[in-house]
Write a protein that binds this ligand. Structure first.
Ligand code: FAD
Ligand code: NAD
Length: 479
C-alpha cells in the first residue's frame, strides 16, 4: 500500500510519523472526539516493533517455558515439555506472520489514513514522505521508536550479530550463544533461548549485576536462577573483541555464519555459534529531518510533560523516541496525553493533560521481576529520605502452594513525610499481575494507614502486601 488510500490528499490536521502502538494511540486520541483528521506514516508495519519484533513475540516465546517450569516444580505433575517447532509456530501466529492488514484495517476503520513510506520533517508542520510533501494544519507527532544498539566493539559489526529482532523471531536454535548485555532484553532472551534448547549460554554484562536498573536483589535472584538453569553469567565483564571468519546473510532468526570467538575484558574467550547483542537501544531520529526545525539531528528528542518539544508547540514526541521510558504501555500513556492535548489546543483550549505517572515494568524471566515507581536508589537520588521494607515471598501460604521451591522477594519504598508509597519491587513467579496494585497505591497516594484495610485474599501472593506492612510495623516499633 502507498499513499494510494487517498492519493490526492496532502493536508491533514495531524500527521503522525511512526505507526507503533504510541503512534496509533496518538492518532486515535487526537481524532476520536474532536472532528480532526489524521494520517499515520509508517515505513514498515503498522503495529511497530512491539507487535512483530519485541513485546508480543518475546512474551509468546516465554509463556510455554513458564508453564513447563511451573509444572516441573509441582510434585505430581509430569510430562510437560516444550515442542520447539510448535512454540515457534505459535509465535508466528502471534506476530500475524508479519502481516499488518488487521492493524491497517483498525486505523482506516476509525478514520485514520495510513501512508506507507519513510517520513521526515521538512520544516514547520511539514512532512516529506518519499518525495511527497504533506502539511499538518495543527500538529505533527514523532513516534519512530528505537532500534538495537550495536556498540563499537572490534569485529562485532563484521560478525553480523543477532539483535533483538533475531532473538524474538528465532527460527534456528544455535547450540551455543553468547549474549552481550545483561539488561531486560538479554535476561528475557536468555530465558527463552535456554528453554528452547540452547545448550551453552553465556550472558556478559558490563555492570555489577543483571537487570541493573532494578533493586539490586532482583538481578541477584535472577542470576542465581540462571546459574541453576545452567546459564553462565559473567557480570563486571565487557566484551572487548569479536571474531567470526565465516559470516553469511541467512536472514532474521537464522544463524548468521560460522563459529564466533568473543574476547572478554579479563582476557578470557568464549566460543559460540551465535552472538546476540542486547546492549540498549538507539533512537530512530537520524533520518527524521529534525535539523529542518532547528533541533539536534540525532539522539532522543526531549519533550516537556505535555509531550511537546519546547519552543515548538505543534511538535510532539511519544514512545521510545523521547527516551522517557522505553516501554509500550508508557508510550501509549504519553500518546493519550499528546492526543488529548492536540485536540484541546485545536479547539482553542489549554492542554489538559501532563505526564505524572510512576513507571511500572515487568521483566518476564523466571522468576519474574516487577516494579512500579522508584527504586530506593532512585528515590534517594531524587532527594527523598526514604524508609524501606522487604519481605521474603517464599514465606507465604500463596507461594507455598504455587511452586514447591518458590523463590521471591518484595520491597516497598516509602516517603515518611507523607507515609505513602513511592516505589515497589516484586520478584518471584506469577508476580506480574501484582505490580498494578502498587501502581494504584502510588498514583492514589494511599497512606500506609489505609493500606492496612486493603485485605488480600488467602492464599495469594498479594498477602505479601500484608506481610510487608507487618514487617514495617515491627521495624517502626524497633523489633
Ligand atoms: C525484545 C524486546 C521486548 C520488549 N518487550 C516489552 C514488553 O514486554 N513490554 C513493554 O512495555 N515494552 C517492551 N519492549 C519495549 C517496546 O518494544 C517499546 O517500548 C515500544 O515498541 C516503543 O514503541 P514506539 O512506537 O515508540 O516504537 P516502535 O515500536 O519501534 O515503533 C516505531 C515505528 O516507527 C516506524 N518508523 C521509524 N522511523 C520511521 C520513519 N522515518 N518514517 C515512518 N515510519 C518510521 C517503525 O517502522 C516502527 O513501526 C520490548 C523491546 C524489545 C526490544
Ligand atoms: N518486559 C519488558 O518490559 C521489556 C522487555 C525487553 C525490553 N524492554 C525495554 O527495552 C529497553 C532496552 O532493553 P535492553 O536490555 O537492550 O537495554 P538495557 O539498557 O536495559 O540493558 C543493556 C545492558 O547492556 C549492558 N551493556 C552495554 N554495553 C555492553 C558491553 N559492551 N558489554 C557488556 N554489557 C554491556 C549495560 O550495562 C546494560 O545492563 C529497556 O529499556 C526496556 O525498557 C522492556
Amino acid at each position: 500500500m502507498n499513499a494510494s488510500l487517498n492519493p490526492d490528499k496532502t493536508e491533514w490536521d495531524v500527521i503522525v510519523i511512526g505507526g507503533g502502538p504510541p503512534g496509533e494511540v496518538a492518532a486515535q486520541y487526537a481524532t476520536q472526539h474532536s472532528g480532526l483528521d489524521a494520517v499515520l506514516v509508517e515505513k514498515e508495519l503498522v503495529g511497530g516493533e512491539c507487535s512483530y519484533w519485541a513485546c508480543m513475540p518475546s512474551k509468546g516465546l516465554l509463556r510455554p517455558i513458564e508453564l513447563v517450569n511451573d509444572a516441573a516444580d509441582v510434585q505430581g505433575v509430569t510430562g510437560a515439555t516444550v515442542d520447539v517447532a510448535a512454540v515457534l509456530a505459535r509465535r508466528d501466529t502471534i506476530v500475524n506472520h508479519h502481516d499488518d492488514t488487521s492493524q491497517v484495517s483498525w486505523a482506516t476503520g476509525v478514520g485514520i489514513d495510513v501512508i506507507r513510506g519513510h517520513g521526515r520533517l521538512a520544516g514547520e508542520k511539514t512532512v516529506e514522505v518519499d518525495g511527497a510533501r504533506l502539511t499538518a494544519r495543527h500538529a505533527v507527532v514523532l513516534a519512530t521508536g528505537t532500534r538495537a544498539n550495536v556498540p563499537p566493539i572490534e569485529g562485532l559489526r563484521e560478525a553480523r550479530p543477532w539483535v533483538s529482532r533475531d532473538a524474538t523471531n528465532v527460527h534456528e536454535i544455535p547450540r551455543r550463544v553468547v549474549i552481550v548485555g545483561g539488561g531486560v532484553v538479554a535476561c528475557e532472551a536468555a530465558t527463552w533461548l535456554r528453554g528452547l534448547g540452547v545448550e551453552e549460554l553465556t550472558v556478559v554484562e558490563g555492570g555489577r549485576r543483571l537487570l541493573g536498573k532494578n533493586e539490586p536483589f532482583a538481578g541477584d535472584i535472577v542470576g542465581e536462577a540462571f546459574a541453576k538453569a545452567g546459564i553462565t553469567v559473567r557480570t563486571g565483564t565487557r566484551v572487548t573483541a569479536v571474531s567470526r571468519p565465516d559470516v553469511n546473510d541467512a536472514g532474521e532468526g537464522l544463524i548468521h555464519g560460522g563459529e564466533v570467538t568473543v574476547t572478554l575484558s579479563d582476557g578470557s574467550t568464549v566460543t559460540a555459534d551465535e552472538i546476540l547483542v542486547a546492549a540498549g537501544r538507539t533512537p530512530n531520529s537520524d533520518d527524521l529531518g529534525l535539523d529542518t526545525v532547528g533541533l539536534e539531528a540525532r539522539g532522543y528528542v526531549a519533550v516537556d510533560d505535555h509531550l511537546t518539544v519546547p519552543g515548538h508547540d505543534w511538535l510532539h514526541v511519544v514512545g521510545d523516541l523521547n527516551g522517557r521510558a522505553l516501554l509500550t504501555h508508557m508510550g501509549k500513556y504519553q500518546a493519550r496525553i499528546a492526543g488529548e492535548n492536540i485536540a484541546a489546543r485545536a479547539a482553542g483550549e489549554p492542554a489538559p493533560q501532563a505526564d505524572r505517572a510512576p513507571v511500572p515494568q515487568v521483566t518476564f524471566t523466571d522468576p519474574e521481576v516487577g516494579s512500579a515507581g522508584l527504586t530506593e536508589a532512585q528515590a534517594r537520588e531524587a532527594g527523598l529520605d526514604v524508609e524501606c521494607v522487604e519481605f521474603d515471598l517464599a514465606a507465604l501460604a500463596g507461594t507455598y502452594v504455587l511452586r514447591d521451591h518458590y523463590v521471591g522477594r518484595a520491597k516497598l519504598v516509602l516517603d515518611p513525610a507523607t507515609d505513602t508509597l513511592v516505589g515497589a519491587t516484586f520478584v518471584g513467579s506469577a508476580i506480574a499481575e501484582l505490580v498494578h496494585s502498587a501502581t494504584v497505591a502510588i498514583v492514589g497516594n494511599v497512606p500506609v494507614s489505609d493500606l492496612w484495610h486493603a485485605v488480600p485474599s488467602y492464599p495469594t501472593i498479594s498477602e505479601g502486601w500484608l506481610r510487608l506492612l507487618e514487617t514495617l510495623d515491627q521495624q517502626r516499633r524497633g523489633k
